[in-house]
Design a binder for this molecule. Sequence first.
Ligand code: FAD
Length: 444
Amino acid sequence: LRRDLARIVGDEFALEGNTQNRRFAHDMSDRSGLRGRADAVVFPANTEQVAAVVAWSYSRGVPVIPRGGGTGYTGGSTPIHGGVIIALERLCAVHAFDPLLWRMHVGCAVTTARVQRLARENGLYFPVDPGAAEESQIGGNVATNAGGPHCFKYGTMRAWITGLTAVLPPGDIASFGGPVRKDVSGYDLIGLMSGSEGTLGVITDVWLRLIPRPVTSRPVCAVVPDAAACQQAIHLVLASGVVPAAIEYLDAATMKEVGAGFPGGHLPGSGFLVIAEVDSCSNDADALIEALGSDSLTPDPRDLWRWRDGVSHAMTARLGRKISEDVVVPLDRFAEAVDRTLELGFQHQVEACSWGHAGDGNLHSTFLFSPDRPDEARRAHAAAEAMLEVAVEMGGTISGEHGVGILKAGHLRNQWNAAAVQAHEAIKATLDPKNLMNPGKKRP
Ligand SMILES: Cc1cc2nc3c(=O)[nH]c(=O)nc-3n(C[C@H](O)[C@H](O)[C@H](O)COP(=O)(O)OP(=O)(O)OC[C@H]3O[C@@H](n4cnc5c(N)ncnc54)[C@H](O)[C@@H]3O)c2cc1C
C-alpha cells in the first residue's frame, strides 16, 4: 500500500501508518482516550495528487481520512477503520491576497492564525477564532464549520467562504464558487462541504472573505454569583442595544481553577465570570458597563483572549484528562443547562464544570478524569453522553462547533426526525456510495 501511494506522492511523502507516525493515530480527543490505527500516511503536494490518492483508494476499497491540524475534539481525523490518512500540511500556500478587495485565496493547510495575522497586518479582519488557531488549518475550519468567541457577531466559518475546491469520490476535482462575493446559481454546495468533517470529500483550497479591522475592541467583564445571574446578565447585555462581538462565560468551578491568571485586575468576589466585548465604537462599551454593573473590569483584549484560550488546557491539566462537549441550547434555557452539567457530574461522581460562548447558548460542558482511573473515565464519558441527551431534550443541538466525529456518531438521530436523517444519509450515499470517505464519522 505504501509503495503504490509513494508512486503518486513521492517516496519520502508516503509513510507506513502507525509504526512511523504515532501522531496521526489521534486528534485532540485523545484527551478522552480515543486512538486509531492508519495503514499509511501520505503528504500530497497539490490538489492533483490528492485526487490521485483518492482515486487509487476508492478503486481498491481503502478508507480515506483527511487530516488538517489534528486539533479536532471529536476524533474526526482519527483513523478508526485503518486506511490512508491524507495529511494536507504541504498545501500551505497563500495563492492570492488582495487587501483592497478584502479577499484571500489559500491552500487548505494555511493555519487559521496565519490568515488572522496576514489580515491584521493589512488593516483587515478574519473573525473566525477557534482556540487552537496556531495549529488548526483553514481546510479543517471549513470541514468543521469552526467558530470561536467572535462568531456571536460574525457567524461561523461558512459565512467567510466564497469558494472552494474539493476532491470528491471517486477522485474528481470540483470547484464551487470562487472570488465572487455573491453566487446563488446552484445549491449551496459550499454550505454542504462546511461541517462535512471529511465525509464527503477533501477540501484543497478556499476563497475567504475578509472585512476591515474594527477600530477598537473593548471587553467588559463582570462577576456574578450563579448560572441564573449569568443568564440575567446575558439578557441585560442583549437589551443594551449594542451588538457585542462576543459574550462568554466561565462557571465558578472553572474560575476557581483559572481565575488567578485573569489579566484584568482584581476580581470583585468569586462566582461566574461574564465577558462581553464590543468592537468598532468605544461608546458602546459604556452601554455594556451599564448592563454588567459599575464594578465591571475592562482588561486589555489581547491579554484577555490569550488567557481565555488557555482555559481548555488548564482544565485538562487539573486531573490529566477531560471530555468537553460543545452543546448548544436555546438562550432562555442557558442557566438550566449550566446547572444540569454540574448535576450530571454529581450523579456520575466526576468533577464537572463549564465555560463557553454564552451569547450563542454554546456550553463546553466538561467532565474531568484521571488517565490512571479507568472507572472514572467511564463515568466521565457516561456523563458527557447524558449531556448530549439533555441538550436535545431542551430543544438544542449536540454540537455548536466541534462537529460529530466518532465521539458523537449516532446522536443526530435523537435530534432530527426520520425524514431529516434520511436526507442526511441520502447526501452521503450519493457523494460517497462506497462509504470510504472518513467512514464511521458524522453518521446520524
Ligand atoms: C484548545 C482548543 C480550543 C478549541 N476551540 C475551538 C473553538 O473555540 N471553536 C471551534 O469551532 N473549535 C475549537 N476547537 C476545535 C478545533 O480546533 C476545530 O474543530 C478546528 O476547526 C479543527 O481544524 P484542524 O485543521 O485541526 O482539523 P482536524 O482536527 O485535522 O480535522 C477535523 C475534521 O475535519 C476533517 N478535515 C480536516 N481538514 C480537511 C480538509 N482539508 N478537507 C476535508 N476534511 C478535512 C477531518 O477529517 C476531521 O473530520 C478547539 C480545539 C482545541 C485543541
